[in-house]
Design a protein around this ligand. Structure first.
Ligand code: NAD
Ligand code: MG
Length: 423
């Protein structure tokens, strides 16, 4: 094969396979949100790979860029250990501290929204989108636009701009690798060669810390009780989303964009042990599942090595010791956020954008102790009612429309929080 043809052919071979064909390989990685729970787990896997390779071994992963919002000390520590080309702190007031911490290293220090976009546009093969909230959309979009392999943890991106983002994925040739454990599970067992044989998806949910609580108990729940997830250790926002079941609602919307399945064929099932991470139903009655201990390093490793596999230190699944796997239907009257999310997808247009933005504001209002736990879903509902007025969601023609609607929903939701704080 001549050189040009070989380059073209190589371009179509997924990255890990390409690397294998070329012998020794190095994958350049950027982590957006490296100081968070998913970001730290990703670096933990990369660090273990380095240690396993030994001092003289090939470095399988090289870090192109790391980004964080406020936690400058951890970012400096990570940059010193992993030597990225660039380290970005969102909060510009922390740039002098970052510069000082990285003095004498080869890492360029930068700050602010444009630097975040620059980090995402650098030539990494693989980008972990692990920023929390709609704030992760611009850099994730930048990585998608240049056709990178994007490991997607930041589900809010797909909730607030799903169709527009998926259109960009299709035109740029980017590869979206789902990292959310449920979507990663489905990704692993979905028959992409015969999608017509898929009958539906079942997203499992742990049920969160309030699975067995009454509405009266939840009314007086504290932030400490709500973030104490029974199975997973995660950032504060997703932990609250798990307690309200909004997380499963966001994941329902995320799944509707990631997989070629009608939303009416996506079910949610509460499975308190978090061992079965999700399931795919096939037309012949077969139901395929992916199982594992609840440790995000398994889905992250699956995306990091895709389409191959790499070792992860997650505890070995011992079903004999677990003994029982149980299932129950979600209680929509105690957890209205799940219904709100499903309805917003049905409403269409920008309704999910409103839902997501209002939820971010409401979760913050609860974490700041300005209102109660049950107020979270109430604020989201009030904001959706106000901005959709019983009609379809506002039309989203482009990403500017998403930004504007997101801001509008935040303003209204913030006024709902103020109202509740005064009560
Ligand atoms: P986290 O709060 O622990 O970390 C968030 C990261 O994003 C941090 O590095 C922070 O510095 C950065 N960040 C926060 N706000 C930012 C902003 N405005 N601009 C730029 N950077 C910002 O969150 P997490 O638990 O790691 O979750 C990250 C994403 O992954 C979320 O979308 C979450 O829903 C999803 N997710 C997380 C888990 C988990 O186990 N933690 C599982 C599945 C999906
Ligand atoms: Mg999940």
């Amino acid at each position: 094969m001549n050189r040009e043809l070989m380059d073209t052919a190589l371009h179509h071979i997924p990255i890990a396979e390409r690397a294998r064909k070329l012998g020794a390989w190095e994958r350049r990685v950027t982590i957006l949100g490296s100081t968070g729970s998913v970001g730290c787990n990703t670096l933990d896997l990369i660090e273990r790979t380095r240690l396993a390779a030994g001092a003289d071994g090939e470095h399988v992963f090289a870090i192109e860029a790391l980004t964080a919002h406020h936690n400058v000390d951890l970012l400096i520590e990570q940059a010193k250990a992993f030597q990225p080309k660039m380290a970005v702190i969102g909060d510009e007031s922390l740039l002098p501290r970052l510069r000082e911490g990285l003095a004498g290293t080869q890492t360029q220090a930068a700050a602010g929204a444009n630097a975040l976009l620059e980090a995402a546009s650098r030539p990494a093969d693989w980008v972990m989108a692990a920023i929390v909230g709609a704030a992760g959309l611009p850099p994730t979009l930048t990585a998608v636009k240049r056709g990178a392999h994007v490991a997607l943890a930041n589900k809010e991106c797909l909730v607030c701009a799903g169709s527009l983002l998926m259109d960009e994925v299709a035109t740029s040739g980017a590869v979206l690798l789902p990292v959310d454990s449920e979507h990663n599970a489905i990704f692993q067992v979905f028959d992409y060669e015969h999608p017509e044989t898929v009958d539906g998806l079942i997203l499992t949910a742990s049920g969160g810390p309030f699975r067995t609580w009454s509405t009266a108990q939840m009314r007086v729940a504290t932030p400490e009780q709500a973030v104490a997830h029974p199975n997973w250790s995660m950032g504060a926002k997703i932990s609250i989303d798990s307690a309200t079941l909004m997380n499963k609602g966001l994941e329902f919307i995320e799944a509707s964009h990631l997989f070629p399945v009608d939303p009416s064929c996506i079910e949610v099932l509460v499975h308190p042990q978090s061992v079965i991470h999700s399931l795919v139903r096939y037309v012949d009655g077969s139901v395929l599942a992916q199982l594992g201990s609840p440790d995000m390093r398994t889905p992250i490793a699956s995306a990091l090595a895709w389409p191959e596999r790499m070792p992860a230190p997650s505890a070995r699944l011992e079903l004999g010791e677990i003994g029982q796997l149980t299932f129950e239907k979600p209680d929509l009257s105690r957890f209205p956020a799940l219904s709100l999310a499903r309805q917003s997808l049905q409403t269409g247009g920008g309704a999910p954008t409103i839902l997501n933005a209002a939820n971010e504001i409401a979760v913050k209002g609860f974490l700041d102790r300005r209102m109660g736990f049950l107020d979270i879903a109430a604020v989201v509902e009030e904001t959706l009612d106000h901005l959709c007025r019983g009609q379809g969601g506002p039309r989203l023609n482009n990403f500017n429309d998403v930004t504007q609607l997101d801001a509008l929903a935040r303003t209204h939701a913030a006024s709902c929080v103020v109202k509740r704080a005064k009560e």
